[in-house]
Design a protein around this ligand. Structure first.
Ligand code: 13P
Ligand code: SF4
Length: 322
């Protein structure tokens, strides 16, 4: 992609070099931010990029707070800054340590796998951690018949449909407010106009949406699928930033969202101005820290996840419909 940078982007690019800053951005960021980032990806890819990057003196993480915390844990010698510290993923608020402890009591000996979209406190109670791109592989790597899993109940359904391991919900009500809004009717309407299109959905979407989609996977897996498909029209069920990125990368294809306002307001809190402020002033309140008592355990499980092969199956969901 060749870019025509605006003035603030140019200033960021200059300062980024001068201050040896690595800018990591999630796929849901506005395109202006994606364009100046060193790397744009899904949670798993960003976790891997965060592991002690060489030659940098600071990391600026444009994503929600739990992602920036993940980077702070994985790169302890490099300060991590978040452009807007109020960018909190509401899904992460579903799970606290107490809820997890109660489930462990109910199912003694059953290991707990938490989604990376959780607070550090909740992660501290988990045996293992996963992203949407690694969930199935992580669950299967536990080598057991049942696993306590959460808090996203749609991702739990996705894992259930891809493994024989029994999945016990940590929170059957846990949902992402952005992905929970996708409906099969949206796809039905689009398919009338684009019968040969390919439909791809994030596993945080409801199971029925997963079932009618041609591919279900993380945002990184979506990017790979769109790059590889021969389909001229691709219909996307995830946050709009991903749709905009894919349309920009693939001008020869038509990339359409299932609906227009699938927007994560927390991801969108970051702006170029806030990134510039971090580069210029390194404000203390933008520095990402994780309570010391949680760090060793979370680092251990994050590193274990990062060592797994990676992006899991990008497959059509094949469950019986009733
Ligand atoms: P990915 O890891 O697939 O990018 O998902 C992160 C997320 O927050 C989805 O809502
Ligand atoms: Fe959290 Fe949903 Fe936003 Fe992802 S899209 S960061 S799960 S609120």
């Amino acid at each position: 992609m060749t870019e025509n940078f605006n003035e603030i982007q140019k200033r960021i690019l200059e300062l980024k070099k001068e201050k040896k800053a690595l800018i990591l951005a999630h796929n849901y960021q506005i395109l202006d931010i994606q364009e100046i980032a060193d790397f744009v990806g899904d949670s798993l890819q960003l976790a891997r990029k965060s592991e002690e990057p060489n030659g940098y003196e600071m990391i600026i993480f444009a994503g929600v707070k739990f992602m920036a915390e993940m980077a702070a844990i994985l790169s302890p010698t490099i300060p991590v800054y978040i452009p807007d510290p109020a960018a909190l993923c509401p899904l992460a608020a579903y799970l606290d340590a107490e809820k997890t402890r109660a489930k462990k009591k109910e199912y003694p000996g059953v290991p707990v796998v938490v989604y990376v979209n959780t607070t550090a406190e909740a992660k501290s109670e988990a045996d293992m951690i996963c992203t949407s791109g690694s969930a199935v592989e992580v669950v299967e790597s536990m080598g057991v018949d049942r696993v306590i899993f959460g808090p996203d109940s749609n991702l739990a359904d996705y894992v259930r449909t891809h493994t024989n391991v029994e999945i016990i919900d940590l929170d059957p009500d846990g949902l992402c407010y952005v992905h929970a809004r996708f409906k099969t009717e949206m796809l039905d309407e689009l398919k009338k106009k684009y019968p040969d299109s390919l439909a791809i959905a994030h596993p945080e979407c409801p199971l029925e949406v997963q079932q009618v989609s041609d591919m279900v996977g993380s945002t990184g897996m979506m990017a790979n699928t769109v790059a590889e498909t021969d389909a001229k029209v691709v219909l996307i069920a995830t946050e709009l930033g991903m749709v905009q990125q894919l349309q920009k990368r693939h001008p020869d294809k038509t990339i359409l969202p299932f609906f227009e306002d699938a927007i994560c307001r927390q991801m969108k809190k970051h702006t170029l101005e806030k990134i510039l402020d971090v580069l210029e002033n390194k404000p203390e309140e933008n520095l990402v820290t994780v309570p010391e008592e949680y760090v060793p355990h979370i680092r251990k499980i994050l590193e274990a996840m990062n060592k797994l092969k990676g992006q899991g199956p990008a497959a059509k969901v094949s469950v019986e419909t009733t």
